[in-house]
Design a protein around this ligand. Structure first.
Ligand code: NAP
Length: 313
């Protein structure tokens, strides 16, 4: 479906990926799409996922079927830009939820396919930090490829785009591999300084807000939409953990120069790239009062609520 035959409402929607972000987006988009006459929601899944014996994948695929979501089999890596463009020509809106798991080249490939298909509306997978403010040449080189996608989308007027800036996934703060909260040792490790702030949003809230943004009227076009569950400093993170969990937390600081040195010693280490980029404190936090959710009175899970619901016994 090209821009010329589109009537301006997202109705034929394809979501790519059904992982940590994709599943909540699918659930919320399907729920909201019930109010949109003639709408349909499909998801692109790999054959390996459809045939997977893993219980979590089987559960997700069963839920997708129960929700009435159409399943399209495909693979971003194996498909050419032409293949993807042909697939996208069946839709008026494509929402990317694959993350970097599909490889560094996938975001540009999917964006090029969206343009080739003259797709009316495209939501690239840019659910994260503010790449424009971070700028090129940051310690995380993935951010440069995300900026390339933004440049491509901004260079044309045929495909409308919407980018949703969410900050970090809230739960990611607490994943052992992220190195920000060491729960067994009651320690918060500040990236940068104790006063460095981060914006965090739960994947469930991102899903709900993506659906609201998708169907918002008047239609959101060619815009970066900021959302937030909470914006907190690492110092406030430690205080919140102390207050909610009722035990003291230590606050250690990993300075930006120290994290840059760690990265220099292992330059391809993905986690070190993220940690160094976050420590610079640029483009990783925005005021919750200035977000789409705040402007529309949509309540989102705060850090305190998340800690209480997920960490307190
Ligand atoms: N801000 C943050 O803290 C944060 C943290 C994590 C992620 N993110 C963002 O969230 C988004 C998605 O992350 P996620 O956590 O949902 O990732 P995830 O749970 O790993 O899910 C990725 C999805 O993409 C699919 N996929 C992978 N390779 C593919 C391919 N070649 N072709 C088609 N589908 C493929 C996976 O399918 P299979 O099931 O077949 O593997 C899976 O459904 C990204 O935008 C990422 O940057 C942000």
């Amino acid at each position: 479906m090209g821009q010329t035959t589109w009537n301006g409402v997202s109705r034929n929607i394809l979501i790519i990926g059904a992982g940590e972000l994709g599943m909540p987006v699918l659930r919320s988009v399907v729920r909201r799409a019930r109010d949109v006459q003639g709408s349909s929601v499909d998801v692109l899944l790999r054959g390996s996922t459809l045939g997977s014996a893993a219980s979590s994948k089987r559960r997700d695929v069963a839920e997708i079927r129960e929700l009435g979501i159409g399943i399209v089999q495909g693979d971003l890596v194996e498909s050419t830009i032409d293949d993807l463009a042909e697939l996208f020509s069946n839709y008026d809106t494509v929402i990317g939820c694959t993350g970097i798991t599909a490889g560094l080249d996938a975001p540009m490939k999917v964006a090029q396919a969206a343009l080739l298909a003259k797709l009316p509306r495209y939501f690239p997978w840019q659910f994260g930090v503010d790449f424009d403010v971070i700028g090129r040449g940051s310690p995380q080189d993935i951010f440069d490829s995300q900026l390339d996608v933004r440049d491509l989308l901004r260079s044309q007027h045929q495909t409308e785009w919407v980018i949703i800036s969410t900050g970090m996934f809230m739960n990611y703060l607490f994943e052992p591999g992220s190195g920000m909260v060491d729960l067994p040792n009651d320690t918060v490790i500040a990236l940068g300084t104790a006063e460095t702030a981060v914006t965090v949003t739960t994947p469930e809230d991102i899903g709900a807000l993506t659906a609201e943004i998708l169907f918002a009227e008047p239609r959101i076009q060619n815009e970066i939409v900021y959302v937030a569950g909470d914006t907190i400093t690492y110092g406030q993170l430690a205080e919140t953990l102390e207050e909610v969990l009722g035990r003291p937390f230590k606050l250690q600081v990993s300075s930006a120069p120290a994290l840059m040195a760690e990265l220099a010693a292992d330059p391809e280490n993905m986690t070190r790239k993220y940690r160094a980029a976050f420590a610079l404190g640029r483009g990783v936090a925005w005021d919750k009062a200035d977000t789409f959710n705040a402007h529309h009175g949509i309540s989102t899970t705060t850090l305190r609520e998340w800690v209480k619901a997920n960490l307190s016994t």
